[in-house]
Design a protein around this ligand. Structure first.
Ligand SMILES: Cc1cc2nc3c(=O)[nH]c(=O)nc-3n(C[C@H](O)[C@H](O)[C@H](O)COP(=O)(O)O)c2cc1C
Length: 380
């Protein structure tokens, strides 16, 4: 930049800046520019600058990463509009969004299908921002490109995996499970004790697999933000009653007593099916880790007039303090010395936590090794 140039002093600097400051500024500027230039050239993101004051907003600068991403040489890129990366794949909602943002002089971030010189598709996460001069006039647009093809491919595989799970695994498993249950409850005729033992083992395992599948599908819905609650105002004791009724046979097998303690006075707005799911999950864990013939308490109270707290109290081995953080993380199993992982999918507590948070509540645990644990959640 030329320090003799009047337009520089008039338009770019305010009057309060002294001459020595101007001289310093001018001396430092090449270093600053070099720094910026090197940074832009070294980044792994593609960067292009266009000139909207020329016909069709052509590219006037692109960095090396953009050239590599597109597969073109820089001299084959300069002067073209960026849409050359779209080839004939022009029927994309993202293109309209970009066009409208450019017309409005606004920043936009979107993901668009683009094609390299060799025709290969890549997913381009693109941010386009306007650049203004000191007077506020639009002089350029800057585009930052990020090739997110690997992420997109991973997402596609995950979604394929979920669809295999729900269709190809759940459907046949439901029918196997149904058939085993018919044999177990005697509707299919009498079987001898040896066969019944095998049927019960198979049923236990197929139940576990069904739980895993439904946990994985819940997880998918939670992670994609598609989980919707059906909220209703209900007395909290109704949730406890449902859980106790469903789990008494499971508790009976270990001689465990499920004890109800209800002091909550107010009805509460919640999704009953989901709160039953959370409370069942906590209660099944409590039964699993309690010694035979012990007690598991299901409690609901009002710690304050506008909050309802559900808690499940067991007399199990407790959880060491350094393991507690891991409890609510998905697929985390505690140390193998602790047997909390037995029979679980590694998802139950993570899903419970997510469901509580969807209610705007929070979940926690208090535990004393050797004495037992209290898992609780509070809804407001
Ligand atoms: C700075 C800048 C960078 C852009 N980068 C890309 C890009 O990497 N890939 C792409 O498909 N479109 C990109 N575009 C969008 C296209 O140039 C064009 O604006 C878009 O296709 C909508 O306009 P059209 O309907 O005239 O094609 C960019 C636009 C600007 C201003």
């Amino acid at each position: 930049m030329d320090p003799e140039d009047d337009s520089f002093t008039n338009s770019d600097l305010t009057e309060s800046i002294s001459l020595s400051q101007i001289q310093n500024h001018v001396r430092e500027l090449p270093d600053q520019l070099l720094l910026l230039y090197r940074a832009v050239e070294c980044t792994r993101n593609g960067i292009v600058i266009t000139d909207p004051n020329r016909t069709d907003n052509p590219i006037i600068y692109c960095n090396q990463a953009f050239a590599e991403m597109s597969g073109f040489r820089i001299d084959q890129i300069i002067g073209r509009n960026c849409r050359f990366l779209q080839r004939d794949d022009r029927d994309q909602p993202a293109i309209k969004e970009i066009r409208e943002a450019i017309a409005a002089g606004k920043t936009i971030t979107t993901i668009i299908r683009n094609y390299r010189k060799n025709g290969e598709l890549f997913w381009n996460e693109l941010t386009v921002s306007p650049v203004h001069d000191a007077s506020g006039k639009l002089i350029n647009f800057i585009g930052v490109q990020n090739d997110v093809s690997a992420r997109k491919e991973a997402e596609r595989r995950v979604s394929e995996f979920y669809s295999v799970i729900s269709h190809e695994l759940r459907t046949p498993l439901t029918s196997i499970n149904g058939a085993l249950r018919v044999i177990e409850d005697g509707s299919a005729g009498k079987v001898n004790a040896g066969v019944m033992k095998l049927v019960k083992i198979a049923l236990g395992n197929s139940d576990r697999l069904m739980r895993l599948i439904s946990d994985i599908l819940d997880l998918k819905k939670i992670e994609s933000g598609k989980f919707k609650l059906s909220l209703q105002k209900v007395p909290p004791v109704s949730v406890i009653d449902t859980v106790i009724e469903a789990l008494t046979p499971v508790a009976d097998e270990k001689g465990i007593k499920l004890i109800k303690q209800v002091t909550a006075k107010h009805s509460v707005v919640l999704d009953p099916d989901r709160v039953v799911q959370i409370l069942s999950n906590l209660t099944i864990n409590a039964i699993k880790f309690s010694p035979p013939n012990g007690n598991v308490v299901l409690l609901v109270d009002n710690p304050s007039p506008d909050s309802t707290r559900f808690a499940v109290i067991d007399q199990g081995p407790g959880i060491p303090a350094d393991q507690i953080e891991k409890l609510f993380v998905r697929f985390q199993q505690l140390d193998s010395s602790d047997k909390r992982s037995k029979g679980g999918t590694g998802l139950g507590l993570f899903i419970s936590k997510s469901l509580v948070e969807l209610h705007g509540g929070h979940i926690g645990v208090e535990s004393t090794p050797g004495k037992g644990s209290t898992f609780w959640f509070e809804i407001f």
